[in-house]
Design a protein around this ligand. Structure first.
Ligand code: 9D3
Length: 382
């Protein structure tokens, strides 16, 4: 990932980011940072880049031309169009979904304003995204750019080690992290919770989940409104598909449940879900001759939702060269209709989870919907 920062204070960006994990990532070459001083593109001999606002008022406004020239110079270096983010208090407030979306770009141009802001006309021509880092007033966009670079870098392959990799994000379930403990076992008379010393991993996971929910209720009840319990109901043809489905579920949630509908017992039991659930239905696009049921929808006969948000994963699709539509449309539509009649609200479909990029985009689209509050939507729909 290449970050290109346009600013009047390049030192501030350089100094702030060349340390710690990001400094190492730059040495390794996973990320690059190029700062461009907008002042170097001033159109007058005094290197002035700001002027009084038309219409009067306090403060100064950054002129269009230097920003434009700085931007074009960076674009020329990249050699193709790149997303250009203007850090501004008037932007979309940054969140994890936006961060992960930006992490999929190869190059990001970050434009930092100072003074009262930048002449609107150049913004109209160069900016693709307006982003704020929160509802408070800063003196300029530099800290915003640094926050964004830090958060986005964590998703660039190689920046974090495997253990600290961004898969288990505390925010991905709209839950806060559980409390952490290290040695000694007793400190200031306080003991480490005994379950953590039990060695029983299932019990530990259950305890951590419970602690996460408790903590979120206490500290961030607003998050809980959008939290959902993810269940993936799947039919896997082989171990490799089972693994892919497990991985996809894990990428979406830390505390998900897996239901193998290839097992008769699971198909026959009552599978009832509410509006606080989220269902991921994963089936092969083409059933083999020895399939336990004759159509995809038959796997989920016993599933009932109550306006439960859900999504479909169709795996094992014919290659793109072949005409997919004729083969896929019919079973996909039938499955969607049955599930809707059973009380599920199908938010999205993923036709090729084999591609990690497609899977990521699918999960991002879903996450965006969850952040926006699928349960609120549910209330207005009803
Ligand atoms: C005090 C001046 N304000 C109204 C009279 C407008 C204003 C202009 C410029 C407020 C802040 C700024 C500088 N801020 C940023 O460039 C900025 C920012 C922020 O202030 N808050 C949250 N996110 C961001 S990203 C860039």
């Amino acid at each position: 990932m290449n970050f290109h920062v346009l600013t009047l204070f390049p030192d501030m960006i350089e100094q702030g980011l060349h340390t710690s994990i990001l400094g190492k990532a730059m040495e390794k070459g996973c990320i690059t940072l190029e700062t461009t001083n907008i002042r170097d593109f001033s159109a007058n001999k005094y290197n002035r880049v700001d002027d009084y606002p038309y219409g009067g008022g306090a403060g100064m406004v950054m002129e269009a031309e230097p920003v434009y020239r700085a931007c074009k110079s960076v674009e020329a270096g990249i050699g193709r169009p790149a997303r250009t983010v203007y850090l501004t208090p008037q932007g979309r407030v940054l969140n994890q979904a936006i961060v992960e979306e930006l992490a999929m770009e190869e190059d990001l141009i970050l434009l930092c304003g100072h003074y009262e802001g930048i002449d609107e006309r150049v913004l109209e021509e160069v900016v693709t995204d307006y982003i704020s880092i929160g509802d408070y007033v800063l003196t300029g966009g530099e800290l915003g750019a640094m926050v964004l670079i830090d958060a986005v870098s964590r998703f660039v392959p190689g920046v974090l080690s495997n253990e600290e990799s961004s898969q288990f994000e505390s925010l991905q379930d709209n839950l806060l992290e559980y409390p952490h403990y290290t040695r000694p076992e007793e400190w200031h008379g306080k003991k480490v919770p005994p379950v953590l010393l039990s060695g029983d991993h299932r019990k530990i996971e259950a305890w951590r989940h419970e602690q996460s929910v408790k903590r979120t209720k206490e500290r961030r009840p607003d998050l809980l409104k959008n939290a959902v319990t993810v269940t993936c109901a799947f039919y896997a043809l082989e171990e490799s598909w089972r693994e892919l489905i497990r991985q996809t579920t894990e990428e979406m949630t830390r505390y998900g449940n897996l239901l193998d509908v290839g097992r008769k017992k699971i198909r026959k039991q009552h599978n009832t879900f509410g509006s606080g659930d989220f269902l991921l239905f994963a089936v092969p696009s083409i059933l083999p001759a020895d399939s336990p049921v004759s159509a995809q929808e038959d796997f989920f006969q016993s599933f009932r939702g109550h306006n439960t948000p859900a999504a479909l994963i169709y795996y094992g699709n014919p290659t793109e060269a072949e005409p997919q539509d004729s083969i896929l449309r019919i079973p996909a539509d039938r499955l969607i209709t049955s599930l809707q009649n059973q009380g599920f609200r199908i938010l999205d479909t993923c036709q090729n989870p084999e591609s990690s990029r497609e899977r990521r985009l699918f999960l991002l689209r879903l996450r965006e919907k969850i952040y926006q509050g699928i349960r609120k939507e549910t209330a207005t729909d009803a």
